[in-house]
Write a protein that binds this ligand. Structure first.
Ligand SMILES: *[C@@H]1O[C@H](CO)[C@@H](O)[C@H](O)[C@H]1NC(C)=O
Ligand SMILES: *[C@@H]1O[C@H](CO)[C@@H](O)[C@H](O)[C@H]1NC(C)=O
Ligand SMILES: *[C@@H]1O[C@H](CO)[C@@H](O)[C@H](O)[C@H]1NC(C)=O
Length: 373
């Protein structure tokens, strides 16, 4: 996620150096009115709609690449509530086998077909695999109720909350006369290449007139906290070339897996860049492969890494870290490594100077309100 407007990121759990596991809602800082028993007169009027929209979204499988059913659901849901909905079709990744069409859902309160949006409210509708069905620990909500299912947090929780928040903002009449200054954007492909958001950034939805956003609110799980930045990322494919040989004569060969293992351990033990705000750069050795048989010295070994970058600048911080990583590995062996690292980005700082930094729904509404005044 990279944007050049002020951003309120309700986002990733990897924030400001806190690498926390996602927690169920239980125990998170949630206003008691949301989790209070159904009979409680403090329950917000939107609760039933929010929970039911969330359930419908989670029940539809939408693993990255296969998002069209959940997209169509949103189209119907929003059109039934008088939104103008525009589908933004992505070009097929494989033109010879296009599969189901993939589209971002862009929507704003109708009936104006030429809106002038100032605030973009966005999240994503794809999930990582596998599909895990919706479940709920009990019918009557209490503080211990647990709602589960793939995407229930990341990010269908955000999608449902954003739509419900906008509907209640509209209902309140607080943005009467400028309803279409808020635009919803739900993108595909966030969990893989980010192709949905990339496509929107390039096309700006082909809106007429082109949108001039003053701010964007991104929905991602952050345990109910306002997030003022996130780490950068890049990926690397590393190939090691050694010499094959019989395991009985180790001096005749050069083990590619051994060189790779030693290089990776050194990388894992090195501080590749850290900062107070963003913590440590971390390296995930996501794949490690090599060799052909137990008693053959491996000639080839490969690893695929995802590196979460904790230093800036946003453009270039990743290159600084990638260079360090390569230097550290080459200190194990000067010639055996080949690196193929992509262009990621360094840390992204967001302008999040808004009142109230705890509970997102009310903060977000208040912020939208303020921006529109
Ligand atoms: C694609 O999504 C639909 C539901 O939206 C699901 O029935 C189908 O199994 C999914 N296909 C794959 C390959 O995940
Ligand atoms: C960062 O790494 C150092 C060791 O290099 C460790 O002591 C520290 O706890 C780490 N910080 C976080 C936030 O994980
Ligand atoms: C690494 O290899 C994978 C699979 O072959 C490929 O998709 C990717 O583009 C390669 N490059 C980088 C920098 O990750």
């Amino acid at each position: 996620m990279r944007v050049s407007v002020p951003v309120l990121l309700l986002g990733s759990s990897r924030v400001l150096g806190l690498e926390l596991q996602q927690q169920p809602l239980r125990g998170a800082q949630v206003p008691s009115s949301i989790i209070s028993p159904a009979s409680d007169s403090n329950a917000p009027t939107y609760r039933g709609d929010l929970v039911s929209l969330h359930k419908s979204l989670v029940e539809i499988s939408s693993i990255s690449g296969n998002e069209s059913d959940v997209g169509n659901f949103l189209v119907n849901y929003l059109e039934a509530r008088d939104f103008v909905v525009q589908l933004e079709f992505l070009p097929p990744t494989n033109p010879s086998n296009p599969g189901k069409p993939r589209f971002n859902v862009l929507a704003w309160p109708g009936p104006n077909r030429h809106p002038s949006p100032k605030v973009l409210v966005s999240s994503h509708i794809d999930t990582v695999p596998p599909f895990i069905p919706y479940s709920r620990s009990d019918e009557n909500p209490t503080a211990d109720t647990v709602i589960a299912g793939r995407g229930s947090v990341d990010a269908k929780g955000s999608v449902a909350a954003q739509i419900t928040a906008l509907l209640s903002l509209l209902e309140s009449g607080r943005i009467a006369g400028q309803e279409d200054s808020v635009m919803l954007l739900f993108v595909v492909g966030e969990e893989t290449s980010g192709d949905g958001m990339r496509f929107f950034s390039e096309t700006r939805g082909q809106l007429d007139p082109p949108p001039d956003f003053k701010a964007a609110i991104f929905g991602e799980p952050t345990e109910g906290r306002l997030v003022c930045g996130h780490k950068g990322i890049f990926t690397c494919n590393i190939t090691v070339t050694g010499h094959a040989g019989h395991s009985g004569y180790p001096w005749l060969g050069k083990s590619a897996t051994e060189v790779l293992a030693r290089g990776l351990v050194r990388v894992l033990d090195t501080d590749l860049g850290s900062s107070e705000e963003f913590g440590n750069t971390t390296v995930n050795v996501g794949m490690f492969e090599g060799g052909v048989a137990a008693n053959v010295i491996p000639e080839k070994a490969t690893a695929r890494l995802a590196v979460r970058v904790a230093v800036g600048p946003e453009i270039g911080g990743e290159k600084i870290v990638a260079q360090r990583l390569q230097d550290v590995m080459r200190s194990v062996d000067e010639d055996a490594f080949e690196f193929d690292c992509n262009n990621g980005y360094g840390v992204v700082k967001c302008d999040c100077d808004v009142k109230g930094k705890s509970w997102q729904l009310s903060t977000a509404i208040a912020w939208v309100d303020e921006l529109l005044m």
